[in-house]
Ligand binder design. Structure first.
Ligand code: F6P
Length: 522
């Protein structure tokens, strides 16, 4: 059964939300906090090691009630079941959307074309484990009998961003292998990566669902030619492995049948890091940590599938985002992790969010008359405080922001971590509560700058009332990261359901590719 079709703006709850917005848009966060004793507790959700505090949003209980009513009216619960059980919800490509099956450890069968997909997922996981163990332990030998020291992931989009982001995020857990990523068709990218590599000790993982992507195939061929300058064609099997659905193209490239890791068309590229696309993750941090990542995601899946909408983290965050996107007219959202390890999360989420929900035609084939996909962007705290936060604090745009933090640091250095987390909290407080004219006046007065009061006062006022979510984990572990990524995957799903769009195709990237081919031919 396909997903239900409707125009969200014509629902009863949307109408009520519009009325509520008109009546409440002058809401003042500072006053809400003064008047509600336990606002933080009331608008927080705890899931084991994760606490999401969404109290610093321009909402009241009525806003949440109405947003949940909207979720119910568009039959979100039913859509979630269709997503998890393998219905063809990617209707424009005729596919199920089953990245959740990749991390599932329960016994329930999931059928695609009448066959349970769980056994092949398990077989592939075992293959990833065996291969990773062999390479990490040094038992896998290159063509001159030396062990592998470097791994190069060759892929682009979902075949690059996910593994690259996770390998960077879990750097603390890495083993002795050095992992590199080549994605851009810009020859300088591949040249730079190859510059310091030794063909005798390097393993290349070609990741391409289609195995036809111009960038990936060009880079793979360039790398193979570089390799063949010192090795022979018979050595390719020891240094090149592939992750793909297109087996014929993989064999044509010269890759040994045993060194091919399967992918399936029911896993979208941008949601594929949990599949064999994550091979470079498993190589970089070991299979147990890769499994930890999957386990964390599965915990989020179970929470998302079973929790009431009011207590459901991905649902609440998705609804809040709809509130700002469709009622307040916010165009963008900032992703602000307070750990350098997550520096690649914003670019990863740009593909996940914007390739999924950047759609202007609804599930009826009609152009939408309302806003859909948000623009996401961001960087790590505290670096971004010295870069773009000025605009977020005092600019003219409303930018809801997710602050992602960790209570404990990985390397210790307590005083650094205390400063980091003080900034994490301070930024959200400043955004929410600002600084009034009176406060600035008093400050200038007490600092003896009385003569400057008139000229400086307006510039030093912070309006505040700017929304943020605090997404706080105990510690950056593979499990916590898995949970965080799955949280955003489900947020994307919920928003696609509400906006009545197809989130799992990406026809918008095709035209540019076609034109580039034509231009190249000329
Ligand atoms: O650019 C679009 C896209 O299809 C992405 O969705 C995908 O992640 C990427 O290209 C790479 O595709 P492939 O894995 O087939 O090389």
């Amino acid at each position: 059964m396909a997903l239900k079709n409707y125009n969200p703006t014509k629902t009863n709850s949307w109408y009520k939300l519009s009325e509520h917005f008109n009546a409440s848009q002058n809401i003042v966060l500072k006053e809400l906090f003064q008047n509600e004793e336990n606002r933080k507790g009331k608008f927080s959700i705890v899931l084991d090691d994760l606490e999401v505090d969404y109290s610093k949003n321009k909402i009241t209980q009525e806003t949440i009630d109405l947003l949940v009513e909207l979720a119910n009216e568009v039959e979100l619960k039913d859509a979630i079941e269709k997503y998890f059980t393998g219905e063809i919800i990617n209707a424009t490509e005729g596919r199920a959307v089953l990245h959740t099956a990749l991390r599932s450890t329960n016994e329930d069968a999931i059928l695609v074309d009448g066959k349970d997909i769980k056994p092949k997922i398990q077989t592939t996981l075992r293959k990833i484990r065996a291969f990773s163990n062999k390479v990490i332990s040094g038992k896998w030998k290159g063509y001159t009998g030396k062990s592998i020291t470097d791994v190069v992931n060759i892929g682009i989009g979902g075949s690059d961003l996910g593994p690259d982001m996770v390998v960077e995020s879990l750097k603390f857990y890495k083993n002795k292998l050095n992992t590199h990523f080549v994605s851009n068709v810009d020859g300088d990218h591949v040249s730079e990566v190859l510059r310091n590599l030794n063909p005798e000790t390097t393993l290349f993982v070609i990741v391409s669902k289609t195995f036809t992507t111009q960038e990936t195939i060009s880079n793979a061929n360039t790398i193979k030619n570089w390799f063949l300058k010192s090795a022979s064609i018979f050595d390719v099997a020891k240094h090149f492995v592939a992750v793909s659905t297109n087996l014929d193209a993989v064999y044509d490239f010269g890759i040994d049948k045993n060194n091919v890791f399967p992918m399936w068309n029911w896993v979208g590229g941008r949601f594929s890091l949990w599949s064999a696309v994550g091979l470079s993750i498993s190589l970089a941090v070991g299979f147990d940590h890769f499994r930890g990542l999957l386990d964390g995601a599965e915990e989020m899946d179970n929470h998302f599938r079973t929790a009431n909408f009011e207590e459901n983290i991905p649902v609440v965050l998705a609804l809040l985002s709809v509130w700002y996107n469709n009622f307040y007219g916010a165009e963008t959202e900032a992703i602000l992790p307070y750990t350098q390890y997550l520096s690649k999360l914003p670019s990863y989420l740009q593909q996940a969010v914007m390739e999924s929900n950047g759609k202007g035609v609804d599930r009826n084939g009609e152009e939408v008359s309302y806003q859909t996909g948000t623009i996401v962007w961001g960087s790590t705290g505290t670096n971004m405080q010295h870069a773009f936060m000025q605009l977020v604090h005092q600019g003219t745009k409303l930018i809801p922001a997710d602050f992602i933090g960790f209570k404990t640091s990985l390397h210790g250095l307590e005083d650094h971590h205390e400063k980091l987390m003080a900034n994490y909290k301070a930024q959200m407080d400043a955004l929410a509560f600002g600084k009034t004219k009176e406060e600035v006046h008093l400050e200038l007065k007490t600092s003896g700058d009385l003569d400057k009061i008139n000229s400086l006062l307006p510039y030093k006022v912070f309006q505040g009332n700017r929304p943020s979510n605090a997404i706080l984990f105990e510690k950056l572990t593979p499990k916590a990261l898995g949970k965080l990524i799955a949280l955003y995957e489900h947020k994307i799903f919920v928003q696609g359901i509400i906006w009545n769009i197809y989130s799992y195709d990406q026809f918008g990237v095709e035209l540019g590719k076609e034109l580039a081919k034509k231009i190249l031919k000329k």
